[in-house]
Design a protein around this ligand. Structure first.
Ligand code: FE2
Length: 305
């Protein structure tokens, strides 16, 4: 069961406006979270358009988010990354360059930067202290979005640096959970751990049952339409991986067996190199152009060992 209690009291009277943007190529949902009592908002988990085959990048998806914020006269105060994503590239620096705001991630980003700094043989100019971000969150930290107080919950397991953000009655779970019929995210990336993920999920499920949960991904299991919103109570009762009192050992066995069958996400190699730099591309080389690396047999996961 949960070992660490929730270190704050959620304020369910605060009901932020949540606008979702679905990125079809990566099945990612980005959010604008807007304070009902001011013009302030935050953007959670934005997506850069990246065509691996051509090496071309674009910002059509991120520009829709920017357009929505501008059209409503809102002020962007925060850009949040729930974790270092392995399946899409962040557009946070692009949005920040247009609208301002501070970029935040969990402080365990340093562990992720250390791991992937080695895997990609980054030189000493690649800082592994999280300094590319404006704010590094610890468990139970808080920050303001206008009149709303947002709280962070450290929820490792999928990666070592996942943070869930609790804003009024809305909870942005990142990849800690999927919709009830989707279950949970994989825990086999470097630094991931199924047992740790189970404990993080159990902690999350001690939040009040009526709280709204917003997913970072949905794959429309069994042919259903894409969905991204559920509640704590729905997850407790119906989640196919952790609901109905599934034990830790049952979960770990299921998760590890399932992960051993999954291939790597298509964009993991470019995603990690960009997202560990807070969404910035690597510095240009001596010809002034920017390159990404492919480490041959370098991305060892539990599947390969
Ligand atoms: Fe993820």
């Amino acid at each position: 069961m949960s070992t660490h209690p929730i270190p704050f009291t959620p304020d369910l009277a605060v009901k932020p406006e949540v606008v979702a943007f679905f990125d079809e190529p990566t099945n990612t949902i980005s959010y604008i979270v807007k304070d009902p009592n001011s013009n302030a908002c935050a953007v959670i988990d934005s997506v850069m358009d990246f065509d691996y085959a051509s090496g071309n990048i674009a910002y059509d998806g991120a520009d829709k988010i920017i357009g929505h914020i501008r059209a409503n006269g809102w002020t962007l105060e925060w850009l949040i990354e729930t974790h270092v994503h392995a399946d899409h590239l962040s557009a946070a620096p692009h949005i920040q360059s247009k609208l301002g705001g501070k970029l935040g991630i969990g402080d365990q980003i340093c562990v992720v930067q250390d791991t992937f700094g080695k895997i990609f043989n980054e030189g000493t100019e690649f800082q592994r202290n999280g300094s590319q971000f404006d704010r590094l969150f610890k468990d139970g930290d808080s920050y303001q979005i206008g009149t709303m107080t947002a709280h962070t919950l450290f929820t490792p397991g999928h990666t070592p640096a996942d943070m869930v953000h609790v804003i009024g009655d809305a909870v942005f779970v990142g990849d800690t959970l999927f919709m009830p019929d989707g279950g949970s995210a994989r825990a086999d990336f470097p630094g991931g751990d199924a047992r740790t993920l189970y404990q993080s999920i159990q902690r999350l499920l001690t939040l009040p049952g009526e709280m709204r949960l917003f997913m970072c991904h949905d794959y429309g299991p069994n042919g259903r339409d894409i969905q991204w919103e559920t509640t704590v109570a729905e997850e407790r009762d119906h989640n196919i991986h952790v609901g109905h009192g599934t034990s830790e050992d049952e979960f770990v066995k299921m998760r590890e067996e399932r992960d051993s069958t999954l291939s790597m996400p298509k964009l993991i190699i470019p995603s990690l190199q960009v997202n560990m730099r807070a969404g910035q591309l690597p510095p240009p080389e001596d010809d002034g152009k920017t390159y990404l690396k492919v480490p041959i047999n370098g991305l060892n996961t539990s599947k390969d060992q």
